[in-house]
Design a protein around this ligand. Structure first.
Ligand code: FAD
Ligand code: FES
Length: 279
């Protein structure tokens, strides 16, 4: 969890529009053997101190002037004492490709921390987290927080193949390998199949009283359905395409039972039952 969070447990849910913060690249690296998943450590004391699990930062990519829009990234780890934040990102398009040329010492800026994070299941004792691919990013600080609160936590950690299970070691160190059921789409590690199939098995065996998930949209929809069938409260973190990131442009609108909501400031975390899953 972001370290400052423990002292603010009463702030179980947070909506924030973030502040503009200049920051500096402190460390960079690859997480997988092909360099398609990268880590980026930034000196960003404001975000490091104020971030709550599930919030994100909106990053301006230097020398990327053709693309005026910032790019949103979840906060993987924060160190409030050192004033640092760690992002883990997958190289997908022009923006994330440009980020691979960032150098240690380079200056950039973020808006953050932004959004409404996890409720952190205040009443729950036994929590199931379900992470697909880069969806593990916002679930890691949640796992830290839940563990610090003395709760039982299991994390279904899924990826397309073994090489992309880049978060496995960190989660195992945090919670013990026995609490991290692994699955891969191609069967190259752990259970051969989707996170939803593995989660369905676990739900038959153990009694969980809260679920949180992040990953591909279809996976989150599947988890929402499983949770509804099992009668377990569930939160989802929706990674909609974003433009302004401050609630002004409506490009990230999500249909909910309470009408249209903006993923950037009303989310990215929503109650699963609140979301109208259209596709
Ligand atoms: C709240 C939030 C938190 C996020 N956290 C992370 C994170 O921790 N790590 C990480 O790797 N990514 C994260 N993302 C997704 C990340 O923002 C996008 O991958 C990135 O903006 C792509 O920028 P680009 O210029 O490289 O790609 P673009 O050229 O903009 O798009 C390239 C491809 O990526 C797809 N894409 C772009 N944005 C998204 C998105 N939001 N969701 C799914 N697909 C997308 C496009 O459909 C397209 O196929 C997050 C998104 C949101 C909204
Ligand atoms: S990105 Fe503009 S309102 Fe959410």
């Amino acid at each position: 969890m972001c370290e400052a969070v423990g002292a603010r447990e009463s702030l179980s849910c947070q909506a924030a529009s973030g502040v503009l913060e200049p920051c500096e690249v402190l460390d960079i690296g690859s997480c997988d053997k092909n360099g398609g998943i990268r880590r980026l450590v930034l000196r960003a004391p404001h975000a490091a101190i104020h971030a709550l699990p599930g919030q994100f930062v909106h990053l301006r990519i230097p020398h990327f002037d053709d693309h005026l829009l910032r790019r949103p990234f979840g906060l993987y780890r924060c160190n409030s004492a050192a004033g640092t934040i760690e992002l883990v990102y997958q190289v997908l398009g022009a923006g994330t490709q440009q980020m691979t040329s960032l150098k240690v010492g380079q200056k950039l800026d973020i808006i953050g921390p932004v959004g409404r994070g996890w409720s952190c299941a205040p009443e729950a004792k036994n929590v199931l987290l379900i992470a697909g691919g880069m969806g593990a990013v916002p679930l890691y600080p949640l796992a830290e927080q839940l563990k610090a609160q003395g709760k039982q936590v299991q994390v279904v950690l899924g990826a397309q193949n073994a090489d992309l299970l880049v978060f496995q070691k960190d989660f195992e160190t945090l919670l013990g390998a026995e609490n991290i059921p692994i699955c891969t789409d191609d069967g190259s590690a752990g259970f051969h199949g989707f996170t939803t199939e593995r989660a369905a098995e676990l739900l038959k065996k153990s009694s969980f009283d809260a679920i949180a998930t992040c990953g591909p949209h279809l996976m989150q929809r599947g988890v929402a359905l499983l949770a509804r069938k099992a009668g377990i409260p569930c939160e989802v973190s929706l990674e909609e395409r974003m433009a302004c990131g401050i609630g002004a442009c409506l490009s990230c609108v999500v249909e909910t039972t309470a009408g249209k909501k903006r993923a950037c400031v009303d989310g990215p975390v929503f109650k699963a039952d609140e979301v109208i899953w259209n596709d």
